[in-house]
Write a protein that binds this ligand. Structure first.
Ligand code: 16G
Length: 246
């Protein structure tokens, strides 16, 4: 029966998938697939059959479907240079649209541990914001940000919805980030993180911890960021131990 023959895993569907994979390999990330009608005709399959195969590749994040504009080849891994740049600037530099969604936010006194990391007295008011970071609407990272009120008084979780924290520091508070310290280690996505990032629980992730200082001298943030291991590759510039050759 046709339905069985064309079902997922059927020889016909496998062949179609292989042809689509070949086509994706020949395109660069961000390039569109031809219109569904044309592609179905060229491949000699029904539009529904093609759509099912494309759905599978969209689910695997090999393709991205944008409503109203078509289906595009998903980005390869983002090569992340370890630098004091912001997520928004990094994404823009790659031609991707940065996004930020505030999942949760609250305020509390720093306490001993955060006070040491933020270099403030323990009773200092701290804003905690959990942010989902997106590139072209695809979840890339989850960031648990802690900001002392001393550096960004009045800042709220809502201010960070669809906004760049570093831009706000530079523009609203006239105090740009100038330096930072960052660590990176491998980890596995827990249930909550996996659900927000849209990856299976236990997927490999990079866990970054960063503290950044602003021009006025204070620590502006302590951030614990979970970056998707399937979308990031870390790039590090290396030099001889006594610094770059002049
Ligand atoms: C990056 C930083 C994070 C910073 C954010 C600001 C890493 C691992 N983390 O994601 O510490 O808060 O950029 O981005 O790079 P924004 O200005 O776009 O909000």
């Amino acid at each position: 029966m046709t339905t069985v023959q064309n079902g997922p895993g059927s020889a016909k569907q496998e062949l179609l998938r292989a042809r689509l994979e070949g086509m994706i390999a020949g395109l660069v990330p961000g390039e569109p697939l031809p219109a569904e009608r044309d592609l179905a005709r060229d491949l000699g399959v029904a539009r529904m059959t093609l759509r099912r195969a494309v759905d599978g590749l969209v689910e695997e994040k090999r393709l991205i479907r944008r409503r109203g504009s078509g289906t595009f080849v998903a980005g390869a891994k983002v090569s992340q240079r370890l630098a004091a740049t912001s997520f928004s600037a990094d994404m823009r530099a790659r031609g991707l649209r940065p996004g930020s969604h505030t999942v949760e936010s609250r305020r509390f006194p720093a306490g001993m541990m955060l006070a040491a990391l933020l270099d403030v007295p323990p009773q200092t008011d701290v804003l905690f914001v959990r942010r989902l970071r997106l590139a072209d609407d695809v979840p890339m990272a989850l960031e648990d940000l802690h900001v002392p009120a001393t550096v960004a008084p009045g800042l709220t979780g809502e201010d960070l919805e669809s906004a760049s924290f570093y831009d706000l520091l530079a523009r609203r508070f006239d105090d740009p980030v100038v330096a930072g310290t960052q660590t990176v280690e491998p980890a596995l996505a827990g249930a909550d993180e996996a659900a927000l990032l849209g990856v299976p629980e236990g997927s490999p992730v990079f866990l970054f911890e960063r503290t950044s200082r602003v021009r006025s001298g204070g620590v502006a943030e302590f951030v614990r960021s979970t970056y998707r291991g399937d979308r990031y590759r870390i790039v590090v510039d290396i030099f001889p131990p006594d610094g770059p050759a002049s």
